[in-house]
Design a protein around this ligand. Sequence first.
Ligand code: NAP
Length: 449
Amino acid sequence: MQEILEAIQEGAPGDEIAALPIPESYRAAHVLRSEQDMWEGVPSEEKDPRKSLHVGEVPTPELAPDEVYLAVMASSINFNTVWTSIFEPLPTFGFLDRLGRESVWGARHARDYHVVGSDASGVVLRVGSAVRNWKPGDRVVVHCNYVDDQDPSAHDDSMLAANQRIWGFESNFGGLAELAIVKANQLMPKPEHLTWEEAAVNGLCASTSYRMLVGRHGARMKQGDVVFIWGATGGIGAYATQLVLNGGGTPVGVVSSPDRARLLNAMGCEHVIDRKAEGYRFWKDEHTQDESEWRRLGKKVRELVGEDPDIVFEHPGRQTMGASVFIAKRGGTIVTCAATSGYMIEYDNRHLWMKLKRIVSSHFANYQEAWEMNRLIDKGAIHPVMSAVYTLDQVGEAARAVHRNEAEGKLAVLCLAPEPGQGVADPEKRERIGEDRLTLFQRHARGEL
Ligand code: NAP
């Protein structure tokens, strides 16, 4: 891998990169099938990803014709890596086994280890015989929609493909590693004003927020819309906040500390609710919700912006869905992509049907949506929300911080990149866009805001 890293750092041309030998094994963050029952009886919040995420050598798999070997310079922690590492709601080995039964190439994935990670920035090392649009030496970022393009159901909206998967979660050989196997239709050009680690944090979260809010499959946000955003400085929330501001809407951002409220203000979000300070208790007990608390939240939003939200950006799930359905405007949209606090959801259906609201489900993004999102980042309209950088050896620690809701925005992980700050190939563009805007979350994490 050292030879590969040196070639990348020296800017070696594609033919030289193509001639470099692919190592027989590589370092990767992975969980083990033999440990999938290790947390039996342990409450979710006490499960520690540092114990289940291992970093070590794994054998390099063979390359399928529609894939590339990618030298991964950096990756990021997503919540799906947290789910994999705590084996909730299911161990991900079941996904790998199912993929393993689909085809000869799929069979490579059903292993006793699962290399995780659904984001990456890096350099293409080799391309399979069916790859047309990419070549060795290309500097790329990866989106995690993993589909079989020979499946007819993948050809309207690829998120509707019968066998759609999330790379590095429902497939093996993911991005938290020095090498990854990626389908050619997951690749996008790296925005060259960004460092490797800044470029690596956007793919999954930014594209998810794009589809939820902007894409024609989501809430179809329009100019002037009021958008209520849970977790507005979190991974998907921080991109949602930027998309609303960039698209001429008014975000109402929810956070859980004055410190996060300050960060949100610094992003340009004027209307902020600190849910901890307000002390909302939407559930009186495990079985009963408190409608007066929903009303209190709705009143707060009206005080702030003078009207109800056109769109509610929902992902905490059980804890908040009742309130989310309640506070949306008549005819408004609740768009949901997750259920961090529990997936058995309860809301008062009268508030949905009598006020003609709709709940829109959303999951990641198709290639076109991910590409559009990457284009916005490339134009400098949306910025990475990277707050800290970890090494591959610290991957468990980073996943633990996300699991414990200790991190803002995104945590990057250096894979082959030896230190932060490398990989900017267009410094003029970086200067034009502005260091301050690109490093807002890092400066906040360092206490500089
Ligand atoms: P994250 O970085 O941890 O941010 C989530 C934020 O939500 C937290 O910062 C927290 O903000 C807020 N939050 C957490 N629990 C809450 C609760 N009970 N009530 C209200 N707010 C709460 O995670 P993320 O990357 O944004 O992901 C969020 C969820 O979306 C995860 O479940 C993830 O798996 C899912 N997701 C799904 C997709 C998809 O394609 N379907 C894609 C990406 C993520 P405050 O404490 O500051 O309020």
